[in-house]
Design a binder for this molecule. Sequence first.
Ligand code: NI
Length: 228
Amino acid sequence: MYINMLIEIPALLSTKKLSEVQQILAQASFVDGKLSAGMAAKRVKNNTELPQDAQQLERLNGLVMSTLVQHPLFQNAALPHRIAAPFYAKYEQGQTYGEHIDDPVMGPAGQRYRSDISCTVFLNTPEDYQGGELQIKTQYGSQAIKLGAGSAILYPSTSLHQVSPVTAGTRLVAVTWVQSMIRQAERRELLFELNQAREVLMREQPDAEVTHQVDHSYVNLIRMWAEM
Ligand code: NI
């Protein structure tokens, strides 16, 4: 069992989608990231973001978010109920996001959601910048995450995390949050692991009694724990 589960989704975005995203971002204008930060985060946040009314957002979300939400690993690990509109953020030389935890409740009035899972999608290659690791504190110490272009990481929103200063180049990411049907991380982890066993059984012994038993337990545990 891995408490404080970090889930990596490698090569989420195709090269084609990624290059379109990069082209759009290269032509977009960004605003100070403090504008979207909560009170505590404002003090440590130093980056720029696409404004929330930017005309490029629809196309970007079509490229990034539709791919993310359809990914089986995302579905199985996050068990999403609501998914936030993402921020597209840029960190240039000297920029950083100091240690913080994400706001517990986000979204405009009438569309509020609780942040259970945070997600960062890396939109350019690690060779494009120095520093800029996403550092996440887990039970077992700090993990420095710097993934390939188009890959994503999911981590519990309860974790303390930071983006180390970018010392050269430009770091581009999309960040979003999920309200899960399953609020507790420990329960999501149990379900994730049980589902991995379930999928192997369904593939290898689709008609076996044990497959049905594991499948029924998984389905009924979701029913027992789901909140919407
Ligand atoms: Ni954060």
